[in-house]
Ligand binder design. Structure first.
Ligand code: ZN
Length: 285
């Protein structure tokens, strides 16, 4: 039997405000404690509750967007990644504005606020997703594989045009390692791409304060690690995997993947899980 991990929430609320990366609009959020088995829920327009689950993904083209009934919130992946990996399984996220604020482009401000608010363990085990059969989703050269494993670990291979090139990450996902090795990795982009996005009305909140920008010659700012890009890809992947609503006992192998393929993998894993819970079906242990 796998080791049980307790559910957890925050000891008190924490709040953030700033611009949204894509809209450039001012956005404010407050993350509040929630009870056992509540899960993570977005509260939009003051009342519309949207669970942070794969079924509520409405767009993955530039960021992961969650919504229902025509109301949505964009760029949820960094905040969700931080809550998920730091072990916060129950919380309400009250959102004002169209996006989660980008802050410094990484998960670090969220991790620091979570640590500052404090994490409260709750008296029930966190639901686990035990993988017994490999799952493979692919699109072109992109691949995501979920393999049975006694621990949650991630291997990621990123391969971007020069000067980024091929980068690799391999590690177990645990709170302290995440806080030190993954959360500080920033959103990144190419200068020429940023200009193209702006003309399409995207990346309007992007700046050298919240994104690592590469030119042909290299990064415009000092890197936090030589492989900061793949560490950020892991940060994004964890945000998308949080939409399982479960802690996966799996090894996730991701090759050149992005939000769209992550969403497909998470939907497929949840469908399997929900099918296993259906009456009369075999429940894997
Ligand atoms: Zn990101």
């Amino acid at each position: 039997m796998p080791t049980e991990i307790a559910q957890a929430t925050l000891c008190g609320p924490c709040a953030f405000d700033g611009v949204g990366l894509h809209t450039g609009a001012g956005c404010a959020i407050e993350v509040r404690p929630a009870g056992i088995d509540a899960g993570i829920t977005f509260v939009l327009d003051g009342h519309l509750r949207v669970p942070a689950l794969a079924e509520y993904i409405v767009d993955t083209s530039r960021a992961t967007v969650i919504g229902r009934d025509g109301v949505s919130v964009s760029t949820v992946e960094h905040l969700l990644s931080a809550l998920f990996a730091m072990g916060v399984s129950n919380a309400d996220i009250h959102v004002r504005g169209p996006e989660i604020p980008v802050l410094d482009g990484s998960g670090r401000p969220f991790v620091e606020a979570i640590e500052c608010a404090g994490i409260l363990e709750q008296a029930r085990a966190r639901p686990l997703l035990v993988i017994t059969q490999p799952l493979v989703v692919a699109r072109g050269e992109q691949l995501v594989i979920a393999l049975p494993s006694e621990r949650f670990r991630v291997r990621f291979v990123a391969d971007f045009p020069a000067p980024i090139g091929v980068q690799f990450f391999d590690g177990e996902i645990a709170a302290q390692e995440y806080a030190r090795q993954i959360a500080p990795a920033r959103t990144f982009g190419y200068l020429h791409e940023v200009e193209a996005l702006r003309t399409r009305g995207l990346a309007l909140g992007g700046s050298l304060e919240n994104a690592l920008v590469f030119t042909q010659d290299g990064p415009m700012q000092p890197l936090r690690w030589q492989n900061e890009v793949v560490r950020h890809k892991v940060l994004d992947l964890l945000g998308d995997l949080s939409l399982l609503g479960l802690w996966p006992l799996a090894e996730i192998v991701a090759i050149k993947s992005g939000h769209e393929l992550h969403a497909r993998a998470v939907r497929a894993l949840r469908q399997r899980f929900l099918a296993d819970l259906a009456p009369g079906s075999h429940v894997r242990g």
